[in-house]
Design a protein around this ligand. Sequence first.
Ligand SMILES: [Zn+2]
Length: 312
Amino acid sequence: MRVSTLVVLGLGAGVAALVWSFAPQTLPVDDEAVYPLLERAQVPPQMRVGVLHTGRMDSKAVFAYRGGGLEDRVFGMDVVVVEHPAGTLLFDAGFGRNVQAHAHTIPYLMRTLSSITPEVPVIEQLQRAHIAPEQLAGVVLTHAHWDHVSGLEDLRGVPVWVTQAELDFIRSGHPAARLARELGELDYRVYAFDGPPYAGFDASHDVFGDGTVVLVPAGGHTPGSVIAFVQAPQGRYALVGDLAWQREGIDRPAERPWLSRLLVDHDARAVRAALTHLHRLQQANPDLVILPAHDRRLMQTLPAAFTGAPAH
Ligand SMILES: [Zn+2]
C-alpha cells in the first residue's frame, strides 16, 4: 500500500472517530445507588436567591453534551446571588468590564468555537442597585476558569472563597487558570470541608451554620470545583458550576463530547461520576433545582438579583 493511501486512510479514521465522539451516548447509572434526601434547613424568611446576567456565549448543543443537536444554545455567564440575613454571597463573578481582553487568555480553538457577547458586568449591576462591593460577604467560586473569574477584576477587595485545591490549581501555572493568576493576589479566603458528608458527597462546609448554604467538594472539571446547595423560601437549588454546561448533561445523563472534555475538563472520569451522582440525587429529590452555571434557560427562571423583578 502506498504511503499516500495510508495517510488518507488514517485521516479518514481520525475524522470518523471525531464524528463518533459527538454521537449520543448516555452514562451508565447505578440504580442501586441511593442518595439521602437533602435535610431541610431552617430557612430565614427574608432570604432571597437571584441572578445577574453578565454576558453570554452563543454555541451549539452538540458541544455541551453527547447527543446534543446542531441547534443554537445560549451559554449564559450568570452569577447567582444569595441574600441571607448574615451576608450576601455571589456565586462566581461572570464577565467583567475587560472581558474582551480576558478572552485572549483562552486557547484560540475555544475562542473560535464561541462568540462572546457582554451583557452587564456585576460591578455595574451593583452600582445600579446602590450596593457597594464592600457590602458583599464574598464571591464563592464554583471553580477558577476565566469566564467565572473575569468579573473579579472589578470587585477587588471583596473576599473570594476558594478551596485549597482550587487555589493550588490557580497558582500551579496551569493554562486553564491563567486569567485567575493574572488577576494577581485577590483577597482569597480558603475554607475547609469541616462538616459531615452531605447529599452523598464526602464532606461539607456549612457557610452560615444553618444549613441554608452548604458547599461540597466536587473536583473533576477543575481540581477544586465545588457544588453549592442552597435552600431558600423560593426553593432548593444545587449550583453545580460546569460539571454540565446544560441540564441535559444531568437529565440524561451525558458527558461533554470528547473535544469539549479535552479543552476544559481536568479529570473526565471524576466529572462522569459527579454527573451520574447528580442524576440519582435529582431522582431522590424531585424538587431540587439543579443549575448548571451556563444553562440560561434555567438561570432565567430566577428573579433578577437585588430588584426582585423577573430577569426577563
Ligand atoms: Zn469551567
